[in-house]
Design a protein around this ligand. Structure first.
Ligand code: ZN
Length: 296
């Protein structure tokens, strides 16, 4: 690979770094050869990490003269994400480890998508995750892959995960972000809500993290065949979202994907708002805003 750290110049954010990488490597294949990229960018070694506590680590110095990535044994998609995450720490010079000599990252760090305000540690974990997702699923390649998909379907998430060699949850996050419709994917573990990913226009999900999947959900309705996405069925929208009494309840659809290990994804899809009713709603909301704020 011709790319070197010189190509990254002073790029500091995950977005700027990935932009430079894609400029230097415009014909990056899919799945992205993350190990080769690491070698070209100053990672001298990737070694197995024999620990239960941590998912990955990076041994380096403040100057980042070189780095060694440590990664827990496990499935390839998971290892690839961890390696990309640690490469992110390595390339972002403003990431300062807790202890001199390197970074140690737990599985909760690798799932973090939001940081508490003022928490620098959480912030850098979020940045490393953003870098990993962007470099493993480069936006132009992801958009190209998504162009073949029409109606929202978890089958597409499985296809993305397979083609980009990433975990299903990483693929789900990207899918929700890039899909033009109002969708969300709820990740459940053993019947409880673990994480929710929503498109920008999808309303907040009312089920708290840790709470059971609502009893009225399709999730409970039939025995789902493992590793196969279910049919898509309409559900009561108030299972998942706050339906305002004075607004017409939107139609909400669910689709379920379960694995034998208890991991499940629930796709939620809101019907598209017809053009004229979207206009009406805007008007109505405009009136309400003026009424509440006392403006005229
Ligand atoms: Zn980390």
């Amino acid at each position: 690979m011709p790319i070197s750290r010189k190509d990254l110049a002073d790029a500091g954010s995950p977005e700027a770094l990935v932009k430079r990488i894609l400029k230097a490597e415009p014909n990056l294949p899919v799945p992205v050869p993350i190990q080769e990229l690491c070698v070209s960018l100053g990672i001298v070694k990737t070694a197995d990490f024999d620990t239960e506590e941590f998912e990955g680590g990076l041994v380096t110095d403040a100057k980042r003269s070189e780095g060694t990535i440590l990664v827990k044994r496990g499935g390839e998609p998971r290892r690839r994400f961890t390696i990309a995450h640690e490469l992110g720490h390595f390339l972002m010079a403003h990431h300062v480890p807790d202890q001199p000599g390197g970074f140690l990252c737990k599985s909760s760090d690798l799932l973090r998508v939001q940081a508490k305000e003022g928490d620098q540690r959480q912030r850098r974990e979020v940045e490393a995750n953003r870098f990993a997702a962007l470099v493993l699923m480069p936006p132009h390649l992801l958009r190209g892959a998504m162009a073949a998909f029409r109606e929202p379907n978890l089958q597409h998430v499985l296809t993305l995960a397979r083609d980009f060699a990433v975990g299903r949850e990483t693929a789900a996050r990207a899918y929700v972000q890039y899909h033009p419709e109002r969708i969300a994917i709820v990740v459940a573990g053993n019947g409880r809500v673990q994480r929710c990913y929503r498109s920008l226009s999808f309303p907040a999900i009312v089920c708290a993290v840790g709470s059971p999947v609502p009893t009225g959900s399709l999730y409970h309705r039939s025995s789902h065949r493992p590793n196969i996405a279910s049919d898509i069925a309409v559900c009561s929208p108030d299972l998942w979202i706050d339906v305002k009494r004075d607004l017409r309840a939107p139609a909400l659809y669910e689709q379920i994907y379960c694995q034998q290990n208890g991991f499940s994804m629930i796709l939620l899809c809101l019907e598209p708002v017809p053009e004229d009713s979207a206009e009406e709603r805007k008007l109505e909301e405009g009136w309400r805003y003026r009424f509440h704020s006392g403006r005229r």
